[in-house]
Ligand binder design. Structure first.
Ligand SMILES: *[C@@H]1O[C@H](CO)[C@@H](O)[C@H](O)[C@H]1NC(C)=O
Ligand SMILES: *[C@@H]1O[C@H](CO)[C@@H](O)[C@H](O)[C@H]1NC(C)=O
Ligand SMILES: *[C@@H]1O[C@H](CO)[C@@H](O)[C@H](O)[C@H]1NC(C)=O
Ligand SMILES: *[C@@H]1O[C@H](CO)[C@@H](O)[C@H](O)[C@H]1NC(C)=O
Ligand SMILES: *[C@@H]1O[C@H](CO)[C@@H](O)[C@H](O)[C@H]1NC(C)=O
Length: 389
């Protein structure tokens, strides 16, 4: 399944490169983009952790069911065009039983979502698996001269599904924007942590634990990619954590930046990843580069030596990014241009709104500040001329 879609994705990319007359865009650092227009602000929902897992998602999933179905239909249409219908049959046959192999409370949560949306369980599992593997993005942690920390990210959904030549849009990215939600995860009526999610996905890609730490995850492409972990899981070798589940545990249970870092660095996972963490004190910022087994590298903020921000895309930060997808150099330049003295969420929003850090895959920008326990997010669209990724 994964392998087929990967190959298909590469095919689509080639088609795009050959066919789409992508208009030239100018790389420049944007200014004064914040606040964006009110319509792009993402709405908030409460997830009540005191409810039984099967009921936690019911009201949100019911409300967003048409949009979630639309999004899954897009994936299915694509899979159908490359396979011949049989791929979807495989999903329903093999991925639905997989739900029962997931640790508590995730199996019940996924079943609750399937029931509330009337989507087959296998497809809900598929949709949850996707985010583990196709999250192309830019994350930034930065501190101002007083040591106050800021954390922000663009989420570009990297499954290159269906370039619309007339509209210059990715069909799947279009379907994802309507299901972006802010979640306030509560226990006993109190916030435990807050996140930005795609409705129906139970893991965490972007989150803040107030007064404790901030977190984001970027996909890491690697030869021993995630589908090997997934296949192992299907075959019964289940010692690795799903990234989405590990991160739920970290946000719920870690009580400090250091504890979160240790948990994210040391657990065997199904897929490689970059974890970007921010804490509450000067210097508490890290990019954890993960293989499936361990942390290959941890790069920290070091303001005393001029490293007042960390910016991570989807490539190991000790190597050059490929020239066909270099969002790091322009992002670093815009951060440097912003200067440490101007470090705040509006200015970081400007950086994340600058092309090609902003591109046609970008679905949302999230802004977080740990002391205030603050998270806000905005749907992003990249106006033409804009690079497809
Ligand atoms: C850097 O910022 C200055 C204003 O502070 C602006 O004039 C200049 O164009 C910026 N550089 C880039 C590459 O945008
Ligand atoms: C497509 O269908 C044919 C039979 O109709 C089958 O033999 C083949 O395996 C299918 N291919 C894929 C990729 O599902
Ligand atoms: C372009 O995108 C809009 C918004 O997603 C959609 O409603 C419209 O049908 C698309 N146009 C074409 C020609 O595909
Ligand atoms: C958090 O820790 C508690 C107690 O060890 C455990 O029961 C719970 O499952 C953990 N939460 C998650 C999401 O793993
Ligand atoms: C991972 O665990 C080992 C042993 O428990 C510990 O020594 C090491 O510091 C941990 N790594 C990180 C980054 O926390």
């Amino acid at each position: 399944m994964e392998v087929v879609l990967r190959c298909a994705a590469i095919l689509v990319c080639l088609l795009v490169v050959v066919q789409a007359q992508v208009p030239p865009f100018t790389e420049k650092c944007e200014h004064g983009m914040y606040p964006p227009k009110a319509e792009s602000k993402v709405a908030s929902y409460v997830i009540n952790l005191d409810l039984p897992p099967a009921e936690r998602w019911t009201s949100l999933a019911k409300e967003k069911a048409p949009q979630i179905r639309d999004m899954i239909a897009e994936i299915k249409a694509f899979a159908g065009a490359f396979g011949n219908g049989s791929i979807i049959a495989l999903v329903d046959k093999y991925l639905a039983p997989l739900a029962d192999t997931l640790p508590y409370p995730f199996a019940d949560e996924l079943k609750g979502i399937a029931k509330a949306t009337d989507i087959p369980l296998g497809e809900v599992v598929l949709f949850n698996v996707f985010y583990e593997f196709f999250t192309v993005c830019t994350s930034i942690v930065a501190e101002d001269p007083s040591g106050k920390l800021f954390h922000a990210r663009n989420l570009d959904f990297g499954l290159f599904l269906g370039w619309d030549i007339k509209n210059n849009t990715w069909a799947l990215s279009e379907k994802l924007r309507p299901i972006v939600v802010n979640l306030d995860w509560q226990r006993g009526g109190k916030t435990v942590f807050k996140s930005v999610n795609f409705a129906g996905y139970v893991g965490l890609l972007t989150a803040v634990k107030p007064q404790t730490f901030t977190y984001s995850m970027n996909e890491r492409f690697s030869a021993d990619g995630g589908y090997i972990g997934l296949i192992e899981w299907i075959l019964g070798q289940r010692d690795g954590s799903w990234m989405g589940f590990l991160t739920r545990e970290v946000l719920e249970n870690a009580t400090s930046f250091t504890e979160a870092e240790t948990m994210l660095a040391n657990r065997t996972m199904l897929a490689p990843a970059y974890f970007i963490l921010g804490g509450t004190k000067s210097g508490e910022g890290a990019i954890i580069t993960r293989s499936r087994e361990r942390a290959l590298d941890i790069k920290r903020l070091d303001p005393a030596n001029g490293r007042w921000f960390l910016l991570q895309t989807n490539y190991d930060n000790w190597e050059n990014p490929p020239f066909i997808d270099d969002r790091r150099t322009p992002g670093d330049n815009c951060m440097a241009n912003m200067t440490t003295a101007n470090t705040d969420l509006p200015h970081i929003f400007d950086v994340l709104s600058s092309k090609p850090v902003l591109n046609k895959l970008t679905t949302y920008t999230a802004l977080m500040q740990v002391d205030e326990g603050h998270i806000e997010s905005y749907i992003q669209e990249c106006p033409d001329p804009c690079i497809p990724w």
